[in-house]
Design a protein around this ligand. Structure first.
Ligand code: ZN
Length: 506
């Protein structure tokens, strides 16, 4: 039996306390690499020991199979699978299910605990309906990134959020490895449409295709010979990248959602055993894909989703013998818009208002702006034709912030109204996270002066800006200062950007 780490036990205690305090539906956040499945397995066992069954719902085949395998391996829990193509084993006390198969089948396991794996994906009514079908069961959602891009938040689905150890702490403790970041320069390009809370796929592909020529040279420059996972925008994009790598003599393979199981397993095995150096994928390896062998994550897709960005980076952070740090190459500016993978983040169940677009709705009561859930969009409560003959549908939406229910109308076949994003590709340069001697000296000296004089902490920053060397301070220097002063890491990036602006105006 696996020995729990201290922070894992702490999170388990927090979850049980939250339940004990009357919050039936608890969401637990734990950084990727924190050992989510181990925690799950322990909690599941507690329920089993009391004679209560456990149902784990995951949204993708890989995650279902992985959850089963890990629960069996780590805790010796025998799991049945509820998923098309897999034989039913309803007599087993732990069932791992896809929500679609669960909906289709009559069988409802008798359970005391219902778990939603990667619960940031729980975006449809199916999930709340399932909870209601088990009014006496305890509910646990687990995720590394409780955030979403549709302004829905999680208040409508969970009562309480408990958070576990951060990525930064995991790196400090050696449970995750350090990283080096090579980031794209921001180029203001406008016009990328959004759909479903992220960039429009077709437009993104056009942009990404234009960039394809940079991928191999950038890799050669920063990551030559390293086991690399590439995140591409589309199948065509990914295949294009693979072709270029292979032409350059770097053995490379492509995998996407339509790759048959056996072939995919063989491809992953060739990567694991280093017969293949570069493995390019579309949306396959974002979650739950644990390969410590990954030395480089090459991200050739911008995203509006913080979740997706953190999941992609997380693939490279698994420690492995001989791996000093992982290399993260970001061809766009995800690292600027979402921050570095080890930044402290304040997670919350609360929805965050979106910028208004054609696809968003504003709550009449609390002015919260959000995208209605899919069933609200697709099931109109009535329809009518206006005088000009246009068909209008009337929908009902529930505000995820205040639960106010209101009607909104949509003209059929409308276009436009998309929001303009300022993102683009550019040269990829190292963003140094190491400290420089001059940066360290400057800050150490200023800190001493500030402490002796009793001046406010902010004084250090303004004095630092007057240092003629300030333009050479690295993001690492500013992160050092932020940590020393107890500021958030996000502050370091702002200070770093402003210090760079000093250079431009000087
Ligand atoms: Zn509201």
């Amino acid at each position: 039996m696996y020995q729990l780490r201290d922070y894992q036990q702490e999170l388990i205690d927090k979850i049980f306390s939250a339940w004990a305090e009357g919050n039936r539906r608890v969401m637990a956040q734990l950084a990727t690499g924190g050992g989510k499945t181990v925690i799950l397995a322990y909690i599941a066992r507690t329920f089993l020991e009391q004679g209560q069954g456990v149902l784990v719902v995951a949204h993708r085949k890989e995650l279902i199979l992985q959850a089963k395998q890990k629960l069996e391996e780590i805790c010796g829990l025998e799991c049945g699978i509820i998923k098309a193509g897999y034989p039913a084993e309803y007599h087993k006390d732990v069932q791992v299910a896809s929500i679609q198969s669960l909906n289709r089948r009559k069988f409802r396991p008798n359970i005391g605990l219902l778990v939603y794996d990667e619960s940031h994906h729980c975006s449809s009514k199916t999930y709340s309906d399932l909870m209601e079908r088990y009014p006496d069961a305890y509910i646990l959602g687990v995720t590394a990134t409780p955030c979403r891009t549709d302004g829905q938040g999680f208040k409508w689905l969970f009562d309480r959020l408990v958070t576990g150890i951060s990525t930064r702490e995991l790196i400090k403790l050696g449970h995750l490895c350090k990283f080096k970041l090579f980031g794209g320069k921001p180029i203001s390009t406008k016009g990328l449409k959004t759909s479903n809370g992220d960039f429009d796929q077709a437009q993104l592909e056009d942009r990404a295709m234009a960039l394809i020529g940079d991928v191999v040279p950038t890799w050669e420059k920063y990551s030559r010979g390293k086991q690399t996972i590439v995140f591409a925008v589309s199948v065509a994009h990914s295949k294009g990248i693979v072709e270029l790598f292979n032409k350059a003599g770097v053995i490379s393979e492509h995998v996407d959602g339509s790759t048959p199981d056996l072939e995919r397993a063989a491809i992953i095995e060739r990567f694991r055993t280093r017969q293949t150096t570069v493995l390019s994928n579309v949306g396959i390896f974002t979650e739950g894909f644990d390969l410590p062998a990954i030395e480089t994550v090459q991200c050739v897709r911008p995203t509006m989703s913080l979740s997706l960005w953190l999941q992609m980076c997380g693939r490279g952070l698994r420690p492995s013998p001989g791996k000093e740090h992982c290399i993260i190459i970001d061809h766009s500016d995800n690292w600027r818009s979402h921050g570095l993978p080890d930044e402290d983040r304040e997670w919350s169940l609360d929805p965050v208002s979106l910028r208004p677009t054609k696809f968003t709705q504003e709550c009449e009561e609390c002015r919260h702006i959000f995208t209605p859930l899919s069933h609200e969009q697709t099931k109109p409560i009535s329809k009518y034709l206006d005088k000009e003959g246009a068909l209008w549908t009337v929908h009902n939406a529930i505000c995820p912030n205040c639960r106010h229910s209101f009607e909104y109308e949509q003209g059929v076949g409308g276009a436009g109204g998309f929001r303009v994003a300022t993102k683009g590709y550019g040269d990829v340069l190292e963003v140094s996270l190491d400290c420089t001697q001059v940066g360290l000296n400057t800050f150490t000296q200023l800190i001493a002066e500030q402490e002796a004089s009793g001046k406010a902490k902010g004084w250090i920053y303004y004095r630092a800006l007057q240092n003629p060397e300030v333009r050479n301070f690295t993001l690492g220097d500013w992160r050092f200062l932020a940590e020393y002063l107890g500021y958030k890491q996000g502050w370091a990036y702002k200070a770093f950007s402003e210090a760079t602006a000093v250079q431009q105006s000087a």
